[in-house]
Design a protein around this ligand. Structure first.
Ligand code: ATP
Length: 367
C-alpha cells in the first residue's frame, strides 16, 4: 500500500494543471513535478467512509500491486504513490494524446494499417500481462491511451486487473457491458474464465476500430433481432454489414471471428493473435495492398466463416438518448457514430440520411 509521506506530500511536490478524465473510482489530473518540470498524469482517489469503501480500497491496492509489477512499453507506468489524509494519489506516465476512444470518434474509424499498428502493440502488451498471470478484465478504447500521433499506445486502468495463479481462476462479475466476454455473463455459472476474457474484449475493440460501431449493442434490438446486448454476446451474434465492411480484408474478419468465439476453448489466444496472418503480414489487407495476397492467405480457410447473418439494425435504431457524445460524419456518408461513455458507441440516426443505399444487401458480401 502507498507509503505515508509526512511533510513532503503530493501538493508539495506537484502542481495540478487541469483534469484529464474521470472514472468511477478516481479523477485523473495533469500535473507537473515542481523539481523537474516534467508532466505526469495523477490519479486521485478521494478517501470516503461508508458502504463500499472497503472494496474500493481493496481494488486500489490491487491496482497498485499490478501497476508496480508491470514494466512494458505498452503498459502505463506508475512513477510514485502518495497516501495522504483525504486521498491516495497515483503518479502515472502521461499519455499526451488521451484516449484511443477520442481518436476513433474523431476519425469515425481507423484504416487497417492504423488498426494493425495499434493492435500489434496491444497484443504484445496483453501477452506480457498474460505471461505474468495478470488478466486486465476491462479492456476498452477508453483504457487504451495514445502516447503520440504516430499511434503509440499504452494500456491503462488496472482497477479491475487481477493477478491469477496458474491454476486458479476468477469469477467476479466485472468489466464494461459491451466489451464483456460471454462466459462472464453466464448467470450463476461459476465456471472458470481466465485470460480469454481479454482476447474477447480486444476483439470488440478491433471490430470498432475497423468500422466505427460496436458488434454488440442494445441499439441493435429490433423485431428481426430480438436479442438484448447480453443475449447477443452470449450467442456471439454479430455480423459485418455492408457497405461498412466492404473494404476490410477477409484476414481481419477471420481474426475477429476467432477472437469473438463464444467457446472459450476454441477462442484464439493472445499468442495466436500475434501470429495471425492479419497481424504479421503487412501486405495481407485488401485495402492496404494486394501484394502477396494469394501466398499469405494460403493458410486461412475462409469457407469456415460463420454464415451470412442478415443485417437488420440500421432501420431499427432511432431516437437514441445520448448523455456524453461526440459526433462525426465522414465525408463519404458513413453513419454518424455517437459514443456514449456509459454504453459505448452506437449509431445516431437523427443526423444521418436514412440509408436506403446503405442498407445491406443480403449476401452482397459473403460475411
Ligand atoms: P473506470 O471507471 O473505467 O474504472 P478509473 O476511475 O479507474 O476508470 P481511469 O480509467 O484510469 O479511471 O482514468 C479515467 C480517465 O482519465 C481515462 O479514461 C483517461 O481519459 C484519463 N487518463 C487516465 N490515465 C491517464 C494518463 N496516464 N494520461 C492521460 N490521461 C489519462
Amino acid at each position: 500500500y502507498p507509503r505515508k509521506r509526512d511533510g513532503n506530500g503530493f501538493m508539495q511536490q506537484y502542481k495540478i494543471n487541469g483534469q484529464l478524465g474521470k472514472g468511477h473510482f478516481a479523477t485523473v489530473y495533469m500535473a507537473t513535478e515542481k523539481a523537474s518540470g516534467t508532466s505526469f498524469a495523477v490519479k486521485k482517489f478521494e478517501k470516503r467512509s461508508g458502504p463500499g469503501e472497503r472494496s474500493r480500497v481493496d481494488g486500489l491496492q490491487q491496482e497498485i500491486a499490478v501497476l508496480m509489477s508491470v514494466g512494458h512499453p505498452n503498459m502505463l507506468c506508475l512513477k510514485d504513490t502518495f497516501d495522504e489524509k483525504d486521498a491516495v494519489y497515483l503518479v502515472l506516465e502521461l499519455a499526451p494524446e488521451g484516449e484511443l476512444f477520442n481518436w476513433i470518434v474523431t476519425k469515425s474509424k481507423l484504416s487497417e494499417v492504423e488498426t494493425r499498428k495499434v493492435f500489434i502493440q496491444l497484443f504484445q502488451g496483453v501477452k506480457y500481462l498474460h505471461e505474468r498471470n495478470i488478466v486486465h478484465r476491462d479492456i476498452k478504447p477508453e483504457n487504451i491511451l495514445l502516447m503520440d500521433k504516430a499511434l503509440k499506445v499504452k494500456i491503462a486502468d488496472f482497477g479491475l486487473a487481477k493477478i491469477i495463479g496458474e491454476e486458479s481462476f476468477t469469477t467476479t462479475l466485472c468489466g464494461t457491458p459491451s466489451y464483456v466476454a460471454p462466459e462472464i455473463l453466464e448467470q450463476g455459472n461459476r465456471r472458470r474464465y481466465t485470460r480469454a476474457v481479454d482476447v474477447w474484449s480486444l476483439g470488440v475493440v478491433l471490430y470498432i476500430c475497423l468500422c466505427g460501431f460496436p458488434p454488440f449493442s442494445d441499439e441493435l434490438y429490433s423485431q428481426e433481432n430480438p436479442y438484448t446486448l447480453s443475449q447477443q454476446i452470449k450467442m456471439g451474434r454479430f455480423d459485418y454489414p455492408s457497405p461498412y465492411w466492404d473494404s476490410v480484408g477477409d484476414p481481419a474478419l477471420d481474426l475477429i471471428d476467432r477472437m469473438l468465439t463464444v467457446d472459450v476453448e476454441k477462442r484464439i489466444t493472445i499468442d495466436e493473435c500475434l501470429e495471425h496472418p492479419w497481424t504479421t503480414n503487412q501486405h495481407l489487407s485488401v485495402t492496404d495492398s494486394t501484394d502477396g495476397l494469394t501466398g499469405a492467405l494460403a493458410g486461412l480457410d475462409f469457407s469456415k466463416r460463420k454464415p451470412v447473418r442478415e443485417r437488420t439494425l440500421l432501420s431499427s435504431i432511432n431516437d437514441v438518448k445520448v448523455e456524453r457524445t461526440v459526433a462525426t460524419q465522414a465525408p463519404d456518408q458513413q453513419p454518424v457514430t455517437v459514443w456514449d461513455k456509459n454504453r459505448g458507441p452506437h449509431f445516431d440516426h437523427t443526423e444521418t440520411t436514412e440509408p436506403q443505399a446503405q442498407e445491406p444487401q443480403n449476401g452482397q458480401k459473403g460475411k
